[in-house]
Design a protein around this ligand. Structure first.
Ligand code: NAG
Ligand code: NAG
Length: 442
């Protein structure tokens, strides 16, 4: 009890003292007995960074750390490693067109930590929109295909992640992944075979299959069900290789300039979801989106607290009363303009009342009752952006067909998604009258 209150006070003091400072300053001033205190940070000014073109704030703490190697020679001094940082930044901004150097933080062979985008800016490192928004992207300078980083550098990595936990930028049960575990744009050898084999033995490492959030590793890493997609990805990746040299190593990033970047996702951890009983992977991209309303209280939720509470209620209803494995929907949109992650993009849902559509659609619900009113314009805009984000990230075909729940339900009639919203979506370009195509409904 005493220890806990001490820790709480410590965190509060830390917040009060360093809340308004830049990351760099906060780091330098962090208490000496914390893992942060043993780290030597190099500010952007010190390595002579160019200013970013723009930045997107990341919701912290995040649940993931994604580890990279830079696949370049090692550097051993402030001067050499700073020069490398400028080279990475130039490549990322000028060749790849990103807003800034892709990584959040970079560790040099000199055992210093170079500030990239920092702890609370969405990165461009993972080749996955989801992971760019939900991870700390940490690179170790060097090529770790056949050797490990030095013990000193590995120690810095561990202290850095502990420091991130302590400062509230990483959840304390964060999951560690290698770049190859998360990249959706084709295979990568990053973070190098030898380093990858090493991290798989570390306590925070979790096999990509063991949590819900990894959407693609079965495609990208094992290629088991999808040889054609693998081939396509390889060809694309070879073309990028030819055009941009190292591009396939560090990942072209869909988050930059994408509709996804304007969305605020709320993770299951954030809305305090119960774990699913089990999950069935969905083959993506799918051809359909099925829109729902939740038919619940008016006015609908307008804050993270209210909407999270609704999410927990839906999940409880779906799991305990209906006996499903998890909340039924893939995603849920609140009038707070946030996107709450339900089953996610690549898990078969339980929302359509049709086996076929559960397996071939993204089930999206808008919280509220839209029988006689429409969701507000901002909420509808979030829906459209989410659909574009799904297309861009490879979870929806670009000519996907939009349906209302009532169009697909086979278990009896439903008024969902509400008469007014239903009348509205029938005017949208992706909507297609149910008669105009004929997916086998079962
Ligand atoms: C920081 O460094 C000191 C001196 O080398 C060491 O005693 C201490 O254990 C280190 N702290 C952490 C958290 O690594
Ligand atoms: C990294 O190391 C491996 C094995 O030592 C080598 O084959 C590869 O060419 C190196 N990468 C680069 C970019 O030099």
């Amino acid at each position: 009890m005493g220890l806990i209150s001490l820790a709480v006070v410590g965190v509060l003091v830390c917040h009060a003292a360093f809340g308004k400072m830049s990351d760099d300053e906060a780091m330098k001033n962090a208490a000496a007995d914390s893992p942060c205190g043993n780290l030597t940070f190099v500010t952007r000014a010190q390595w002579k960074a160019k200013p970013p073109k723009s930045r997107v704030e990341m919701t912290v703490p995040v649940d993931y750390t994604v580890l990279h190697h830079t696949d370049t020679p090692q550097c051993h001094s402030l001067k050499e490693c700073s020069e490398d940082m400028r080279k990475f930044q130039k490549l990322h901004m000028q060749v790849r067109g990103w807003d800034d150097i892709g990584y959040n933080l970079v560790i040099g062979g000199d055992e210093r930590v170079y500030m990239g985008r920092g702890w609370d800016t969405v990165g461009a490192h993972s080749g996955s929109v989801y992971f760019n928004h939900h991870s700390q992207g940490i690179a170790i300078i060097g090529n770790y295909t056949s050797v490990l980083p030095s013990p000193g550098v590995l120690k810095v990595f561990h202290q850095l992640t502990e420091c991130g936990v302590q400062l509230g930028y990483l959840t304390d049960r964060y999951v560690l992944r290698g770049h190859r575990d998360v990249r959706q744009l084709g295979p990568t050898s990053c973070p190098g075979d030898t380093l990858y084999a090493e991290i798989r033995r570390w306590p925070h490492y979790l096999e990509p299959k063991e949590d819900n959030f990894n959407k693609h590793s079965s495609i990208v890493c094992t290629g088991r069900a999808m040889p054609a997609l693998m081939l396509l990805l390889s060809v694309v990746s070879i073309i990028f290789y030819a055009a941009f040299g190292k591009m396939s190593e560090n990942g072209m990033n869909a988050a930059e300039d994408s509709p996804c970047r304007n969305l605020t996702f709320v993770t299951r951890a954030q809305w305090k979801a119960m774990p699913p009983k089990r999950r069935t992977e969905m083959s993506v991209p799918v051809d359909y989106t099925v829109l729902h309303h939740t038919g619940t209280r008016t006015p609908p939720c307008h804050s993270l607290e209210q909407c999270s509470e609704d999410m927990r209620r839906f999940q409880k209803l779906h799991m305990e009363v209906r006996g499903w494995d998890d909340i039924g929907y893939n995603f849920v949109i609140g009038s707070d303009k946030r996107v709450y992650i339900g089953r996610g993009w690549d898990t078969v849902g339980a929302h359509a009342g049709s086996v076929y559509y559960n397996h071939h659609s993204q089930g999206i619900a808008i919280i509220g009752n839209y029988s006689s009113v429409l969701p507000d314009q901002g909420t509808l805009r979030v829906f459209h952006q989410l659909m574009e984000c799904g297309v861009q990230s490879g979870y929806l075909t670009d000519r996907y067909v939009l349906r209302g729940h009532r169009d697909v339900r086979q278990l009896g009639p439903t008024s969902c998604p509400g008469d007014t919203l239903y009348a509205e979506i029938r005017r949208w370009p992706h909507y297609l009258e149910p008669k105009e195509d004929n997916p086998s409904k079962l």
